[in-house]
Design a protein around this ligand. Structure first.
Ligand SMILES: Cc1ncc(COP(=O)(O)O)c(C=O)c1O
Length: 399
């Protein structure tokens, strides 16, 4: 295959090479993007696509953000990688901002991805459980925590787990948002791992009643509460972390996706008690906390906290919510319900949602289908009112 972009025959060469050379783990979109700018991706013909998925919730500041390009280029000109045997200045500066935004958390460990952060959190939980004579770890139905074996022990859907057992024997699943199921928690509980808003599971936040009961049990039995904020964190819901909308306080927080502004970066946050579980050599990673990714992360944090980003998410989140409710009124036979939490949104259909991403592409829009009947939207956090209006017009044509 030729290597110059201008010489590639897009639909024949690239599609057939992909089919021939890759493990078939992904169902690829028919759109082959060649560049991005802000909230849009472009194909080789220059056609723009309104990107309402943002690389599955990663591109918080959209594509080719000038601030991120500058930070990344400046850092590349210094060095692109340092082992964690060295103090890494972008890591230290980013950590300062993350801890400022997360009262109660005092320590950070950087990884490369969501699943790697979950694995680290599970290691902390096991250490703590051994020390405190506890065993059970609870996760929830519809929960998604990643694809590595530890994370997959927590992930619920059979579709993702089939053929990979045995999983961690101490993990059990409870019904998501069921107060009744929480009664299984007791003095033997080591940890509860929770998405405060289900992402893959269709944008469903826990109810306040569920949060209050979990808070009561957390205080009573003193197990570790682990918040999986990999999709819902870093401003997506209008708070830095989604759990900050509730009163209960996690002991460990894991996050990833947008924190590196499009570069691979994950994070584990913990309190001083959690810090006492790890000493030199107990955990590590070669690439985690890469200085280029951390330099980009600082731009995301600046946008959220110094350029009023969180407020922007709250305001555009309301506009998105109104727009989706309006669509539901227009198409009551198609749309069963709409759910939003900041700039996480679900349009639940009466029918299979899987054909909709292809229909949206024809209209110049990128959307995602999840949980069989749900259209999921995770737009860049910089999306504007005008772009939400553009989305509404495109959905009207699609429905
Ligand atoms: C809530 C949640 N946890 C964990 C993960 C896994 O993250 P990664 O794909 O970076 O390993 C995801 C990914 O979608 C997620 O949404």
């Amino acid at each position: 295959m030729s290597t110059k972009l201008s010489e590639i025959s897009f639909q024949t060469d690239l599609v057939s090479e992909e089919k021939k050379n890759f493990f078939e783990t992904y169902k690829r979109s028919s759109l082959i993007p060649t560049r991005g700018e802000g909230v849009y991706l472009f194909d080789d013909q220059g056609k723009p696509y309104l990107d309402l998925v943002a690389g599955l919730g990663v591109n918080a500041l959209g594509h080719a953000h000038p601030g991120i390009i500058k930070a990344v280029t400046d850092q590349m000109n210094r060095f692109s990688h340092l082992s964690n045997a060295f103090i890494n200045i972008p890591q230290v500066l980013l950590t300062e901002k993350i801890l400022q935004a997360t009262p109660g958390m005092t320590r950070v460990f950087f990884s490369n991805s969501g699943a790697e952060s979950v694995e680290g959190a599970l290691k902390l939980v096991r250490r703590w459980a051994r020390k405190n004579g506890r065993s059970d770890i609870y996760a929830f139905s519809k929960g998604f925590h990643g694809r590595t074996l530890g994370a997959l022990s927590l992930t619920y859907k059979d579709k993702y787990r089939e053929g990979y057992d045995p999983f961690m024997p101490e993990v059990k699943h409870l019904q998501f948002d069921s107060i009744k199921d929480l009664s299984q928690i007791n003095e033997n509980t080591a940890a509860v791992v929770l998405e405060f808003v289900l992402g893959e599971g269709g944008i469903r936040p826990i109810s306040c009643e569920f949060a209050d009961e979990l808070d009561r049990l957390h205080r009573k039995y003193k197990f570790l509460l682990v918040a999986d904020e990999i999709q819902s964190g870093i401003g997506r819901t209008g708070q830095f972390f989604a759990y900050q909308w509730y009163t209960l306080k996690p002991d460990i927080v894991v996050s990833a996706k947008p924190i590196g502004g499009g570069l691979p970066l994950g994070v584990i946050l913990g309190s001083e008690e959690i810090n006492s579980l790890w000493h030199v050599g107990d955990h590590g990673t070669t690439f985690g906390g890469n200085p280029v990714a951390c330099a980009a992360g600082q731009v995301v944090m600046n946008w959220l906290f110094e350029q009023n980003g969180l407020e922007h998410v709250k305001q555009t989140g309301k506009i998105l919510s109104e727009a989706l409710k309006h669509l539901q009124e227009l198409f009551p036979k198609k749309i069963k319900s709409v759910r939003t939490f900041g700039l996480m949104a679900a349009i639940e259909l009466f029918e299979d949602s899987s054909p909709y991403p292809a229909k949206a592409l024809e209209e110049g829009m990128i959307i995602n289908s999840t949980d069989s009947t749900v259209i999921r939207l995770l737009p860049p956090l910089i999306i504007t009112e005008a772009q939400i209006q553009e989305m509404t017009e495109k959905f009207k044509r699609i429905f």
